[in-house]
Design a protein around this ligand. Structure first.
Ligand code: GUN
Length: 289
């Protein structure tokens, strides 16, 4: 069987192009571009790269990018005051507070303070509840990206058995809800699951979101399965450098599956594209309300 590598970079580029066209038309109609505010507290190098990439992608689709870089010593009260200002700023449609926050700030309290209709990360419990109950809300970006990649290969997911390995609030739980909405039979597996290889072998669709390098082996996969690998793990390579690998042993998996997302170049590029899509959605809903 020749397995297909699902090209996340290409799918994300297509989505960004669609967003760019919609932004141009909405900006002409409403006299302003959608605005995304990103807040970074401190100088964590990985977070700085993420925030820079988000800002760049925002500008590239014609949106207004607002960046707040705050000192690591910023108090929780100061951060909450900034969130309150962004909540009431009519030019801000989406708010993202980059995680992790410094230890002296209660992340949960900050995420709860974001207006759920501007919560483009989809992390607010109101949005988690809306997703769970099938109401209109904002959906976390990485799970949305996974669903778009699945649809590249499987036009209908109805009746398929989807196994999600990982139960985080950011990926595992929300993607399980989206798969259920798409009429899959869903199993959520995790570190305490008994006989994980057997559970994985029963999956028509496998979503790997555990954060453990190449934990899921080729012979854990059903012949013809579609695999979405959410893991991004940096490991030491033989040449003394480092390289990125997913949660699935991709080379082995290619012998078994119908399609799989590569790491890098699979799910990763979809996350920012879906963030822009959420900002566009938040803008459109706010204009209508
Ligand atoms: N830190 C790493 N990924 C993310 C993300 O998707 N959203 C936020 N807010 N912080 C992050």
């Amino acid at each position: 069987m020749t397995a297909q590598l699902i090209d996340g970079a290409a799918v994300a580029a297509r989505l960004r192009q669609t967003i760019r066209e919609r932004v141009a038309s909405l900006t002409a109609d409403y006299g302003r571009a959608p605005g995304l505010a990103v807040v970074l507290v401190g100088s964590d190098p990985a977070s700085q790269v993420y925030v820079r990439n988000k800002g760049k992608a925002t500008i590239e689709v014609g949106m207004h990018s607002i960046e707040h870089h705050l000192d690591a010593s910023t108090s929780e009260a100061e951060l909450l005051a900034l969130v309150a200002r962004l909540n009431s700023d009519p030019g801000v449609d989406g708010i993202l507070v980059q995680l992790p926050l410094p230890g002296h700030i209660d992340s949960q309290r900050v995420l709860l303070a974001i207006d759920p209709d501007k919560d483009v990360d989809g992390f607010h419990p109101i949005n988690a509840g809306r997703l769970m109950t099938g109401q209109t809300g904002l959906v976390p970006c990485t799970p949305s990206g996974c669903m778009l990649l699945l649809k590249e290969v499987l036009p209908s997911l109805a009746g398929l058995h989807a196994v999600v390995v990982g139960r985080s609030n950011i990926v595992g739980k929300p993607i399980a809800q989206l798969l259920l909405q798409a009429d899959c039979t869903v199993t959520i597996a995790h570190s305490r699951t008994r006989d994980l290889p057997a559970v994985c072998r029963s999956a028509d669709i496998l979503i790997a979101a555990v954060g453990r390098p190449e934990m899921i082996k080729g012979n854990w996969l059903k012949t013809g399965a579609v695999v979405i690998d959410v893991g991004i793990n940096r490991i030491a390579a033989a040449d003394g450098k480092t390289r990125l690998v997913g949660d699935v042993a991709t080379q082995e998996a290619l012998q078994h599956v119908q399609a799989i997302t590569p790491v890098p170049g699979g799910v990763g590029p979809m996350t920012i594209a879906c963030l822009l899509n959420n900002t566009l959605t938040a803008f459109e809903r706010r204009q209508r309300s």
